[in-house]
Design a protein around this ligand. Structure first.
Ligand SMILES: [Zn+2]
Length: 190
């Protein structure tokens, strides 16, 4: 199954969280967020993206978690070929976050990724740094939202500590803390 995803344009280089929410809600509708841990590799493969684990060159291995590569092809039905390349020397949880992040680029930034302006964006080391390009902030927000759906977090967050929650969702404690804050904001707003 392949759903066509539209890409709302970010306003003036600022992160567009509506685009994140829209991409997530389509995956939710397809049933991918209904149990945890969410498997981003399975989603990528269902969308026709190849996921490859590789040893990176020593000069970049410490700095780059992964990237997504697009190739526009004219020789068959599919207009594009996409490949997510993951640094296999990072932790399993980081690899999952990387796949989810690159999946975010695929779903939200494909026009840009297929354009001539596209440069392969390496995934570097800080998740929630505000100085990053809008696309990076959006892809990180997408990854956190995908791996830790608030609906699932709400069911369990009072019963476990941070370490246990991180284990349950297969993310870092940093990501869990970020999502618990988001959940509390959400709950206090409704
Ligand atoms: Zn990125």
């Amino acid at each position: 199954m392949f759903t066509r995803f539209s890409k709302p344009k970010p306003a003036s280089g600022r992160a567009n969280y509506l685009a994140v929410r829209s991409a997530i809600s389509k995956l939710r509708a397809d049933g991918y967020l209904s149990s945890v841990p969410v498997d981003p590799e399975k989603i990528a493969e269902d969308l026709g993206i190849e996921v490859v684990f590789a040893n990176f060159d020593d000069s970049v291995a410490d700095d780059i978690s992964g990237f997504i590569d697009f190739e526009v092809t004219n020789d068959n039905d599919s207009k594009f070929k996409a490949q997510i390349v993951v640094n296999s020397e990072t932790s399993v949880r980081r690899q999952l976050f990387t796949i989810a992040h690159e999946l975010g680029h695929f779903l939200m930034h494909r026009d840009w990724a297929e354009s001539e302006n596209y440069v392969v964006l390496p995934r570097s080391n800080n998740y929630f740094e505000s100085s990053k390009p809008a696309e990076e902030i959006e892809a990180d927000a997408f990854a956190a939202d995908l791996l830790v759906p608030l609906s699932e977090l709400e069911k369990v967050y009072k019963h476990y500590d941070l370490v246990e929650l991180a284990d349950l969702f297969m993310v870092s404690e940093e990501v869990i803390s970020y999502r618990i804050k988001a959940l509390k904001r959400y709950l206090s707003a409704y």
